[in-house]
Design a protein around this ligand. Structure first.
Ligand code: SF4
Ligand code: SF4
Ligand code: SF4
Length: 411
């Protein structure tokens, strides 16, 4: 049977040839999820349905372990929202168990010098993207604006809709944002030469392995499944670890930043801040449980009252939906696109789950993120104290670049 082709320069996935039985499931998955036949945009979804475990992320964990034992470097890590609700799968926890404290503790046990929360980076993306949307609405230019944080989506546009590149937000992705802050703001504040920092992004995503190739601020992209391999190799007893907290300066994230991990989360988060920027007041209650954009429907939509503007928003929950809605997309003002079903919680770096349990597992992970947001006192990115401090003392002085000059490469 025909199967997916993996080119030599693919930075996201590998195949263990001896395991492959040429069943064709990988190609079927790629067709269904992405509508693709021959082109790879690095999402890794095929990896989650391969019955033989023949497809794997392009591993880098051995190199990270080597750096961890090299005293010439301070090895730091940033952790994406979706990892904390999937890491427990490998250690016997119920799907969707929220294990932020244990995840931090496990990374400390591995020897990372500092552990930061990419949720802080997501808050920066919200701040910048909301501002960018307000500007575009004011000027009625480059609408609809598309989100930029999924590198597979950006790859797809680059290959198949190059004329839409100007519609993609110029904001760096959350790992791009926090990566820039670690190597400038944090390094300056602590008088560390950024050359001595090795920054590892722990993510649910194999596509980010390609994204960081274009970004000198982030040195390695490690998946949730690779972290599990590292913990097992180092005999770290995950289940008995005590909860620990992220390191300060880049360690706090709002509820809005955390829900980035679920399809519709970026949209909901950006709407909360866009409302605030336009009206100088907190958004109405509805913005904190945006039912129309939540869940696993392929296409979700809503009309949103931002007082000065009534806008139409769309959320695309798997890439094949782009093609299906192609002719309608220009009717919207803002569109979130995530390649993986369910958003990043369903990323291919999250580790293998029985195929018939994938949907249920994703639903539990999504539920865990929304629950944390609902319990978080800080639900808006602009209320995050560390974000406020970073803007006042650093970002407003123009000391760091948070946008891509052209939305060509998502880094
Ligand atoms: S799904 Fe796995 S086993 Fe089947 S053809 Fe693809 S790589 Fe080979
Ligand atoms: S990684 Fe994604 S785009 Fe590439 S072959 Fe697999 S499913 Fe298709
Ligand atoms: S949806 Fe998230 S996990 Fe999937 S490819 Fe995009 S960024 Fe990666």
């Amino acid at each position: 049977m025909a199967r997916i082709e993996i080119k030599e320069n693919n930075l996201a996935i590998d195949r263990i040839e001896e395991r492959c039985i040429h069943c064709g499931m990988c190609l079927k998955t790629c067709r269904e999820n992405n509508g693709l036949e021959h082109d790879c945009i690095n999402c890794g979804q095929c990896l989650l349905t391969c019955p033989m475990g023949a497809l794997i992320p392009k591993y880098c964990y051995q190199k990270v372990l080597n750096y961890l034992s090299d005293t010439n470097y301070e090895v730091m890590v940033i952790t994406s929202p979706a990892v904390r609700v999937a890491i427990g799968d490998a250690f016997g926890y119920e799907a969707g168990t929220f294990l932020e404290g244990k995840m931090v503790s496990a990374l400390k046990a591995l020897g990372f010098a500092k552990i930061f929360d990419t949720t802080f980076g997501a808050d920066l993306t919200v701040m910048e993207e909301a501002q960018e949307l307000v500007e575009r609405l004011k000027n009625q230019k480059n609408l609809p604006m598309y989100t930029s944080c999924c590198p597979s989506w950006v790859n797809y546009v680059r290959q198949f809709y190059p004329e839409k590149m100007a519609n993609i937000s110029t904001c760096k992705s959350p790992i791009g944002m926090i990566g820039a802050m670690v190597k400038s703001y944090y390094a300056e504040f602590n008088e560390i030469d950024p050359k001595n920092i090795i920054l590892v992004a722990l993510t649910p995503c194999v596509s980010k392995k390609e994204e960081i190739y274009h970004n000198p601020d982030v040195d390695f992209c490690l998946t949730t499944s690779e972290l599990v391999l590292m913990l097992k190799a180092m005999n770290i007893d995950f289940n008995n670890l005590k909860d620990e907290a992220f390191d300060a300066l880049l360690g706090k994230g709002s509820g809005a930043g955390l829900i980035f991990g679920a399809s519709g989360g970026v949209m909901e988060a950006v709407m909360r801040t866009a409302y605030y920027l336009i009206n100088h007041e907190k958004a109405p209650r509805k913005f904190y449980e945006f039912k129309e954009v939540r869940g696993e429907k392929d296409f979700k939509e809503a009309t949103i009252d931002l007082k000065k503007y009534q806008i139409k928003v769309g959320v695309i929950n798997k890439l094949a939906t782009v093609k299906a809605y192609e002719t309608k997309l220009d009717n919207y003002d803002f569109i979130e696109v995530m390649t993986c079903p369910g958003g990043c919680i369903g990323g291919a770096g999250q580790g293998l789950v029985a195929v018939n349990k994938l949907k249920e597992t994703r639903a539990k992970r999504i539920q865990a993120l929304y629950q944390d947001d609902s319990q978080n006192k800080i639900k808006d990115s602009y209320e995050n104290e560390e974000i406020k401090e970073a803007y006042e003392t650093y970002i407003k002085k123009g000391k760091v670049k948070l946008h891509n000059e052209k939305a060509k490469i998502n880094c």
